[in-house]
Design a protein around this ligand. Structure first.
Ligand SMILES: O=CC(=O)O
Length: 323
């Protein structure tokens, strides 16, 4: 039987590309440039599987095709708000993602951001590299203590729980959690977390807020000007979820007028373009979407995609089907 034809939209870790080559007839994206909508439409007429990532916008322009050959989008990544899942379902296309394998590394990065913004690490490094450090002094780059403070987690799923585990067991933080659905008492108990009924009630209680909810239309601008106004004036906002969850213009204003203590972002609305107003603030730490960027996580994500493909082409239900 002919091997399924598979298109990989970006470069993947070498070990994963090698395994894909063993199993399937694979087209790799050797120059690692994001594909354009017209290239997707053409690909959907030729390949049995397309393996996209967050940089591939699989919306209407990319999917305007009558009878696609493609039967599965096996996404490399846990978030899939870049895929119009309803439209894919309308074409009979199965969509899968890669949960679990990146939860720890993404939570590690959220901790990194929390510590960086609270302890002014980015500012310190910029000062030192610019040759402007004049030496230790009691009032130099004084930040905020993290240990023992209150952390509010919005989205108490796998990554949110990993963040809570680190913050509670490592830093003695008190954990407040907002989640759309009720969280089991034994899950909350693992990190002595308290579930709060609404985001509006959570925000004023916290020294740090970390976002771990999905992106997409439902959560677009979940953190808007009104909600930023509910945060304490010395509180910090951390986002390793999706850029669209925050109204960035409202955040830029809050930072400029110092109505919150600071923010640390790994994801941006419209990335890789960054809202220029955000860059005005020294109270903002920015990283280029590195949440899952470890060798271990990136390989595990690739092998998880392969698990989903093998199940699908063997006629089994892929474990990470989202539609
Ligand atoms: O952002 C990366 C992912 O969704 O896995």
């Amino acid at each position: 039987m002919a091997k399924p034809r598979v298109l990989v939209t970006r470069r993947w870790p070498a070990a994963v590309e090698a395994r894909l080559n063993d199993l399937f007839e694979v087209q790799l994206n050797r120059d690692d440039k994001p594909m354009q909508p017209e290239e997707f439409r053409a690909a959907m007429g030729q390949y049995d599987a397309i393996l996209p990532t967050v940089t591939d916008k699989l919306g209407t322009p990319s999917m305007e095709i009558e009878r696609p050959q493609t039967r599965i989008f096996a996404n490399y990544g846990v978030g899939f708000s870049h895929i119009d899942v309803e439209r894919a379902s309308g074409h009979g296309i199965v969509v899968t993602n890669t949960p679990d394998v990146l939860s720890e590394c993404t939570a590690d990065l959220a901790m990194t951001l929390m510590l960086m913004v609270a302890r002014r690490a980015g500012e310190g490094e910029r000062e030192l590299r610019a040759g402007e450090w004049t030496g230790w002094r009691p009032t130099h780059l004084v930040g905020t203590k993290v240990s023992g403070k209150t952390l509010g987690i919005i989205g108490y799923g796998r990554i949110g729980q990993e963040m809570a585990r680190r913050a509670h067991h490592g830093f003695g933080m008190k954990i407040l959690a907002y989640n759309r659905s009720p969280v089991a008492p034994e899950v909350l108990a693992q990190n002595k977390a308290t579930q709060i009924a609404s985001i509006d009630e959570l925000l004023p209680e916290c020294d740090f807020i970390s976002l771990h909810c999905p992106g997409g239309a439902a959560n677009r601008h979940l953190i808007n000007a009104r909600r930023l106004g509910l945060m304490r004036p010395d509180a910090y906002l951390i986002n390793t979820a999706r850029g669209e969850v925050i109204d960035e213009s409202a955040l830029a204003q809050a930072l400029w007028y110092e109505t919150i203590g600071g923010a640390a972002l790994d994801v941006f609305d419209g990335e890789p373009t960054i809202n220029p107003d955000l860059k005005q603030s020294e109270r903002l730490v920015m990283l280029p979407h590195l949440g899952s960027a470890t060798r271990e996580a990136r390989e595990a994500m690739g092998f998880r995609v392969i698990d989903n493909l093998e199940d699908f082409f063997a006629g089994r239900e892929p474990r990470d089907r989202v539609n």
